[in-house]
Write a protein that binds this ligand. Structure first.
Ligand SMILES: [Zn+2]
Ligand SMILES: [Zn+2]
Length: 164
C-alpha cells in the first residue's frame, strides 16, 4: 500500500490514520515459518509545526517451536514504531528517520522491514520452561525423568545459563 503524504507535508496540524496488513506466511526464520497470520500495523502520521512523524504499533503472532523444549508455541508481539519522515531522496534511512521520496510512503515495505528486523531472538513456551533432558530427551515440563543431572559438564551449563 502506497500512501501519498503531500497533503500531510503541506498542512500543519494535520493527521492521517494509517492501517495495513501483510501476509508474511512464506517468510522463513530459523528454519520455520513463524508468521502464519498476517502482520498488522495501526497508527497515524501527524504534522506538527512542519515536523512530520509516524507513530504506529505493529502486531504479529510468532508461532514456532520453543527454543528449549521444541513444543510449538504461538506468542503475540507488539512493536512500537516512531519515525520522523523526511521528503528527500538524498538522505538515508536511520532508526529514527525514514525518507519518503516524492512524499510517498510504502507502508507494506515499512511493515515488512520493521517486522523482519524485530523478530524475537528468543522464543519460549514459558519463561520457566525446563527444556528437554540432555540425556534421555524427555520434555521436563511433563515431569522429571530420573536422570542424574549432576553429570552435566559445568562449562556447558555456564553456556546454557548465558543463552537463557
Ligand atoms: Zn518450552
Ligand atoms: Zn533424562
Amino acid at each position: 500500500m502506497i500512501i501519498d503524504l503531500k497533503h500531510i507535508f503541506v498542512t500543519d496540524n494535520s493527521v492521517l490514520p494509517i492501517m495495513d496488513a501483510l501476509d508474511l506466511s512464506d517468510l522463513e526464520y530459523m528454519g520455520e515459518y513463524p508468521l502464519k497470520k498476517p502482520v498488522e500495523i495501526v497508527g497515524k502520521i501527524t504534522n506538527k509545526a512542519s515536523l512530520v512523524r509516524l507513530e504506529a504499533e505493529i502486531k504479529f503472532e510468532f508461532d514456532a517451536s520453543c527454543d528449549r523444549c521444541g513444543t510449538r508455541t504461538a506468542k503475540k508481539h507488539t512493536l512500537k514504531v516512531e519515525k520522523s519522515l523526511a521528503p528527500t531522496i538524498e538522505g538515508e534511512d536511520s532508526d529514527t528517520i525514514l525518507t519518503v521520496p516524492d512524499m510517498k510512503l510504502d507502508l507494506d515495505e515499512l511493515l515488512y522491514t520493521e517486522t523482519v528486523t524485530n523478530l524475537p531472538m528468543k522464543h519460549l513456551c514459558d519463561e520457566n520452561c525446563k527444556g528437554i533432558c540432555q540425556k534421555c530427551g524427555k520434555n521436563l515440563n511433563e515431569g522429571e525423568c530420573g536422570c542424574n543431572k549432576k553429570e552435566i559438564d559445568p562449562r556447558l551449563q555456564a553456556l546454557a545459563d548465558l543463552l537463557n
